[in-house]
Design a protein around this ligand. Structure first.
Ligand code: SF4
Length: 176
């Protein structure tokens, strides 16, 4: 039996590129294509934070964009959920030691869901957004029930090795 609660409203998602190399952003856009079709979960991608429930952030925080990220976050009405998409948004990633980099977005705003990966795989992203929708619903029903500082970490799907094993050997490209 599924434990996913019935959602009272379709979660609307706004995406903010905080300093990304665009790798995670391209994968995120793939969710909107017919192949992954995230809209089948009732999830709508919007361009205005004032219309959104879920903030998806890619890239690390630096001294220049920290204020902008906080501004975008503050425009989203409560209750809201934040998803750190990719290792850069989670920890600063490969840019963490940069002279102008503060680190992951949790340095500036609270994070509810972490989706690791460089870039995150679309399947993991979709899992993270669905988990965000569940957290959003819990916040709507009882904001005090959702404790701050207890974010969810999405595990990268482990189906890849099994899928690779299922590919006939002759179709696997051989190294030159
Ligand atoms: S996690 Fe990787 S793909 Fe995503 S923004 Fe950082 S460097 Fe680019």
């Amino acid at each position: 039996m599924s434990t996913t609660p019935k959602l009272s409203k379709s979660p609307w998602v706004v995406h903010f590129n905080c300093n990304s190399c665009n790798g995670c952003d391209i994968e995120f856009l793939a969710l909107l294509t017919p192949h992954y079709d995230v809209e089948r979960f009732g999830i709508v991608h919007v361009g205005n934070p004032k219309h959104a429930d879920v903030l998806v952030v890619t890239g690390s925080v630096n001294h220049r964009n920290a204020r902008v990220l906080k501004n975008v976050y503050d425009q989203i009405p409560d209750p809201k959920v934040v998803v750190a998409m990719g290792v850069c948004a989670s920890t600063g990633g490969i840019f963490a030691d940069g002279y102008n980099v503060l680190g992951g977005i949790a340095k500036v705003i609270p994070v509810d869901v972490y989706v690791p990966g460089c870039a995150s795989r679309p399947e993991a992203m979709m899992d993270g957004i669905v988990k965000a929708a569940v957290i959003l619903e819990a916040k709507r029903r009882n904001p005090k029930a959702v404790q701050a500082g207890q974010p969810v970490v999405v595990r990268t799907p482990s189906a890849a090795p099994a899928a690779a094993a299922a590919i006939p050997q002759k179709e696997i490209p051989q190294p030159c």
